[in-house]
Design a protein around this ligand. Structure first.
Ligand code: ADP
Ligand code: MG
Length: 692
């Protein structure tokens, strides 16, 4: 329930004086439907209005002049503007109004009257003089104080002028209540931040460039508020989930047998991640954990051992992968060691039909099979589990919230383990996954040789293809990544289809496969399978190549127009090779000349193979905006916080939220009243956004 003190802020924008149906539309489009949304519309720049004289004013600047009206020049023909000639002692200027201004302009501003005029100075279209088109201010001298020397500039939308918006913001500000402080007194004192109300006021009344910058104290405070509200929502969700309780499952002899049967021993990071998962499982609280690690870092093995524990406890697990081929690969990895330890495992995908499918469904509903691996097929209505206690989701960002929820719903308060191969920087991890516990696997299993990474200009394409031919003659397999399919004529992006055709000519048609996003699923799977099973030597692909796809024999990765990819994306693409024992290589083809940033990016990639280091550097280089293209993947849409510029505040907000939630579980009680106001203010929906 929203605290009462916030009611005025959550009234519709039409409650702002001066906002009728006509203004409400553009205002809602720009800011949002409520008064609060108008308050949180942050100015993006400042205009300086220089008070000056006609002679001293230069074209391009925004100037405030004190002028006497000389005469009016009415439009002679339809479509001509209304012009006023006005002057001060130093010279004259034309004031121009297009349509909608009639004779009232003349009656209310007769020749001889003095007016304060402020607007952008432009050279007169007819040479020589100066003009102002649609002055921002055109006022009698007694209202001169309305023209402020510095004014905030807001993003605008059609139907709203900046003066109208400024007026509405000022109106909205009168609704801002004094709110009790939710930030820890010692912390806010150390930061020297203003109160919430003065911060919002200051947001809309900048007095210099420094006030517009993200590090301005009031801006940092508001950013912190938003981050804190979000962390409180995420943390609250996490606590609620845990309090639901889950089956208590201990480490098992079965898992030990599975582990002993593996031809390798776990890396330190795998052991630690497994211990964290086991601590969750053993606690009787419900696990919601994210296992993060590069492709090939061995996440699946960790999941498998947890599944073995679950099986030993007489319960079931399900592992869901985004594609048929990934599900199949997981099954091939998991089934033999699990079966050897007596754990029956079934694979369920869209391909299962008729009697075969019925048999598998029976194994799951009776509980005879303790582990299910599959695709979306796993959460169809006919699929029932006897006692599902753990769901594992691979490449979790590839599934929608509902899909995850539907699998979760197959079990009662089932433990949840997500796996992701997209390394993201810490600060972003907190904002994206603040409601999950995160285990990271950084170490690669031993014996992996680093991928020899080189950059080469497109002009060396011929040599690259020739070396590729030699390599595949010797039995190697290669991915060839193109940025776009069907490049249009005016696009310089290489088209995957054209590339595939060209490579078929040089390398032999039967040795080259093609996969792209517009292929039907069955054909995609077929192209993947042909490559995975060695029937094709080169797989030309758009970036759809499955992130988790494991073709250990593939040892060469060629990426065309590498400068167009994000660093993290390049790293993930490269991660598809270097998985077998053979020495691997990655060729980054680029169009000459390379920009400075692009060459630094390629350089970072050459120097390190650690996905987390790369993610941090990528963030640094990009500096802002939508790093890593995360906005599509559920990245929160902050209004006042910028997780990059305010990166240091993310962690502080998370710590703060933890503290508040531990003192006031569920934000209950009088002491948590300010925090409740804060979460109400930002309105992060406490539920939704994440499965389980
Ligand atoms: P991920 O799911 O993180 O992409 P996988 O769990 O599929 O990685 O592991 C990738 C490959 O590495 C698999 O073939 C797996 O058998 C192997 N592997 C996993 N852990 C180890 C280890 N500790 N030592 C050697 N090989 C390992
Ligand atoms: Mg994987």
């Amino acid at each position: 329930m929203r605290p009462e003190i916030l009611f005025p802020l959550f009234a519709p924008v039409t409650s702002i004086r001066g906002v009728g149906a006509r203004l409400a539309k553009p205002l809602e489009r720009l800011a949002g439907p409520r008064v609060r949304d108008v308050l949180f519309l942050a100015p993006t720049a400042l205009v300086k209005r220089r008070a000056t004289t006609v002679r001293e004013a230069h074209p391009g600047e925004v100037a405030t002049l004190t002028l006497t009206i000389d005469h009016h020049q009415r439009p002679r023909r339809f479509g001509q503007p209304w012009r006023i000639r006005a002057s001060d002692r130093s010279g004259g200027v034309n004031l121009i109004w297009f349509k909608g201004y009639g004779p009232h302009l003349e009656t209310s501003n007769p020749p001889g009257s003095v007016r304060i005029v402020s607007g952008k100075i432009e050279p007169d279209a007819y040479g020589g003089g100066l003009q102002i088109i649609h002055p921002d201010y055109f006022l009698p001298p007694e209202r001169a104080a309305e023209v402020r020397e510095l004014e905030p500039v807001y993003p605008l939308t059609e139907g709203l002028t900046f003066r109208v918006l400024q007026r509405l913001v000022r109106e909205a500000l009168t609704r801002a209540p004094d709110l009790s402080e939710w930030i820890d007194p010692a912390f806010i004192a150390a930061q020297n931040w203003p109160t919430w109300k003065s911060s919002v006021e200051k947001l809309h009344a900048p007095t210099g460039e420094a006030d517009i910058a993200p590090h301005a104290p009031h801006r940092r405070r508001l950013a912190f508020d938003e981050l804190l509200a979000h962390q409180l929502a995420l943390g609250g969700r996490k606590r609620r989930r845990r309090s639901e309780g889950g089956a208590a499952i201990g480490p098992s002899a079965v898992a030990e047998r599975v582990r002993a049967a593996l031809p390798f021993s776990l890396t330190g990071d795998q052991t630690r991640a497994l211990a964290e998962v086991r601590a969750d499982l053993g606690e009787g609280a419900r696990m919601t954990r994210l296992l993060q690690g590069d492709v090939g870092s061995g996440k699946t093995v960790v999941a498998m051992l947890a599944m073995a524990d679950v099986a030993a406890a007489g319960r079931q697990s399900a592992l869901m992968a985004p594609t048929e081929i990934l599900a199949r690969q997981h099954f091939d990895t998991l089934a033999p060691p699990l079966r050897q330890a007596g754990v029956e495992t079934v694979l369920l995908t869209g391909r299962d039909k008729g009697a075969g499918r019925r048999k598998k469904l029976e194994l799951l509903s009776s509980g005879a099979a303790a582990v299910a691996v599959g695709t979306h097929a796993l959460f169809q209505d006919e699929v029932a589990f006897a006692n599902l206690a753990l769901t594992v989701i691979d490449e979790q960002h590839r599934f929608g919230v509902n899909e995850r929820a539907r699998l979760q719903a197959k079990g009662e308060a089932a433990h949840f383990l997500a796996m992701s191969a997209t390394p993201i920087p810490r600060t972003l991890e907190l904002t994206l996954y603040g409601d999950l516990d995160v285990s990271r696997i950084r170490q690669k299993p031993p014996g992996r040789t680093p991928v020899d990474t080189r950059a080469a200009p497109m002009t060396r394409l011929g040599q690259v293809v020739e070396r590729l031919r030699q390599a595949i003659d010797a039995g190697a397999q290669a991915y060839w990544i193109c940025p776009l399919i069907e490049g249009s004529e005016d696009s310089d992006l290489a088209a995957a289809e054209a590339r595939a055709a060209a490579l078929k000519q040089t390398l032999g048609a039967e040795r080259v496969g093609l996969i792209h996003g517009r292929l039907p699923a069955a054909e995609k799977d077929q192209a993947m399978a042909d490559f995975a099973e060695g029937r094709t030597a080169v797989l030309v692909a758009t970036t759809v190549v499955e992130v988790g796809m494991d073709v250990p024999a593939a040892s060469i990765m060629v990426i065309e127009q590498a400068e167009r990819f994000g660093l993290a994306q390049l790293h993930q693409l490269r991660g598809r090779v270097g998985r077998g024992a053979a020495a691997s290589s990655c060729v980054l083809l680029y169009d000459h000349p390379l920009s400075d940033i692009a060459s630094r990016r390629l350089d970072i990639l050459r120097r390190t193979q650690d996905g987390f280091v790369i993610a941090e550097k990528d963030l640094e280089l990009r500096g802002g905006g939508d790093p890593l293209g995360l906005r599509q993947s559920g990245f929160p849409d902050y209004r006042l916080a910028d997780p990059i510029a305010h990166g240091d505040l993310v962690r502080a907000a998370a710590d703060h939220a933890r503290l508040i939630l531990s003192r006031f579980p569920g934000l209950q009680g009088e002491g948590a009243a300010p925090a409740r106001v804060l979460t109400g203010l930002f309105d992060w929906r406490p539920e939704g956004g994440e499965a389980g």
